[in-house]
Design a protein around this ligand. Structure first.
Ligand code: 5GP
Length: 113
């Protein structure tokens, strides 16, 4: 049910440009970047979307954001960046494995499309 392209990346069944990994999470470059820096951060636990996270995932969710912070620092995003979680159809989610987008190295507009 929860086997997605991201699960295949975790299992190294398809290639990805991985920039960070630990026991709980993986981060890699987006295949179709919408900013000069576009990183996807995922939990290894296959939570399909933010709506399906539970209290049990509280620490894991915070962990993902601290990974974003770490990668942003490593990539020199000292002037800011954007963090996005698309949830469900209206949120524009296309891969059913919870993920956090880190977008940077250009000014972002508001509101997003
Ligand atoms: P969503 O639209 O679900 O929030 O974001 C999914 C993201 O995953 C998209 O930005 C898309 O470009 C990216 N993506 C989809 N398939 C692959 C893939 O096979 N490899 C990588 N690196 N990124 C992917």
């Amino acid at each position: 049910m929860s086997d997605t392209i991201f699960s295949k990346i975790i299992r190294r069944e398809i290639p990805a440009n991985i920039v960070y990994e630990d026991d709980l999470a993986l981060a890699f470059k987006d295949i179709q970047p919408v900013a000069p820096i576009h990183i996807i951060v995922i939990p290894k636990k296959p939570i399909p979307k933010l709506d399906e996270a539970t209290l049990e995932d509280q620490v894991l969710l915070g962990h993902l954001l601290l990974i974003v912070q770490k990668i942003a620092e490593q990539m020199g995003l000292t002037n800011g960046y954007r963090v996005v979680i698309n949830n469900g159809d209206d949120g524009g989610q296309t891969v059913d494995h919870l993920h956090v987008h880190l977008l940077g190295d250009r000014p972002m507009r508001w509101p997003p499309g």
